[in-house]
Design a binder for this molecule. Structure first.
Ligand SMILES: NC(=O)c1ccc[n+]([C@@H]2O[C@H](COP(=O)([O-])OP(=O)(O)OC[C@H]3O[C@@H](n4cnc5c(N)ncnc54)[C@H](OP(=O)(O)O)[C@@H]3O)[C@@H](O)[C@H]2O)c1
Length: 304
């Protein structure tokens, strides 16, 4: 259940799509919350750029939307966000595809039972869930600045509360790895990134929002995980009170579409309303250290 009456999902059931000139890029739009977000925004007339890492799966997701909404304006782009060179290539492609980008929804995410390193030697959860958000947001600034109301929505999670702070001395969690710890660290990074981005941005830069979607019935806990963790996720996502992907997408959709949110940039959102995040996410030193470390990891000299 979505507990906020302000949230209005799935207008496309009401009839023909009313075209609008806004463009949104949604990462991880092949399933779960990302596909639900794409479906809704397509129904509102947005041109939706759907990102995936597997072409067949991404085309299938696009075709699912087109089956219900033949007039939807959809484009697809591919990149494995675990690889920085692919994030950079994706950024270049989207700058051409969407010279003006109204909304970037950093949604793609992973949960890994076992420690895996990317080809660049970074723990994969941190790479996809944090480095991907950080770098793509930077690369797309030129297109976002051309919008009169450019926005970045970062899908984070209340899981960030499960750790007291970032493991700066051992960001890859070598010898200390647990899927929950790695995921919590990446989601704390999402919130710290959002707050720090908002402190640093200038008036012509996009606004930014972090989102807690709730506990949502998706496949995130089934991909690349041990059978025990997969079983635990299957049980957990069936528990009462959990959200459908459409319900889990509602706050991202709200933040993408609701007018006049500029003065609420840099906040953490749940059920279409701002809420407090865990105390460590407000630590400005922690956010600055993460920012500087991440700039170095992805090779950015001047973010804005
Ligand atoms: N489900 C929840 O309860 C919950 C709660 C809090 C926060 N969240 C957050 O919500 C977001 C969406 O998750 P979800 O639950 O909807 O999971 P999901 O159904 O597994 O969707 C995740 C998306 O990310 C993509 N992705 C994963 N790794 C990628 C990579 N290396 N490169 C490119 N794309 C990649 C997936 O692509 P494939 O389809 O190819 O796997 C998929 O499109 C995540 O940021 C997650 O942390 C979820």
């Amino acid at each position: 259940m979505v507990h906020n009456s302000k949230v209005n999902t799935f207008p496309y059931f009401c009839g023909q799509i009313k075209k609008m000139s806004k463009t949104v890029l949604i990462t991880g739009a092949t399933g779960g919350i990302g596909l639900a977000t794409a479906t809704d925004l397509a129904g509102r007339g947005y041109t939706v750029i759907m990102h995936g890492r597997n072409r067949k799966k991404t085309e299938a997701a696009r075709d699912t939307i087109l089956a219900g909404q033949p007039d939807a304006e959809l484009k697809i782009v591919m990149a494995d966000l675990a690889r920085l060179e692919e994030v950079r290539r994706l950024g270049e492609e989207v700058l051409i595809l969407a010279p003006t980008l109204d909304v970037l929804i950093n949604n793609a995410g992973v949960w890994n039972s076992k420690q895996e390193l990317t080809s660049e030697g970074v723990e994969k959860t941190f790479a996809v869930n944090h480095l991907g958000y950080f770098l793509l947001s930077h690369l797309l600034l030129p297109s976002l600045r051309r919008s009169s109301d450019g926005r970045i929505v970062c899908v984070a999670s209340d899981s960030h509360q499960q750790i007291k702070g970032m493991f700066f001395d051992n960001i890859n969690l070598d010898g200390n790895y647990h899927g929950l710890r790695a995921y919590a660290q990446s989601k704390l990074a999402n919130v710290l990134f959002c707050y720090e981005f908002d402190r640093r941005r200038r008036s012509d830069d996009p606004t930014i929002f972090a989102v807690q979607p709730g506990l949502v019935q998706t496949d995130i806990g089934l991909k690349g995980n041990t059978w025990l963790h997969s079983l635990a996720w299957k049980v957990r996502r069936r528990m009462s009170g959990n959200k459908t992907p459409a319900e889990g997408a509602a706050t991202s959709i709200f933040l993408a579409t609701e007018p006049n949110l500029a003065d609420q940039s840099g906040l953490y959102w749940d059920n279409a309303a701002p809420k407090k995040s865990y105390s460590s996410s407000y630590d400005k030193d922690e956010a600055r250290i993460l920012w500087e470390m991440t700039e170095e990891m992805v090779g950015i000299e001047k973010y804005f």
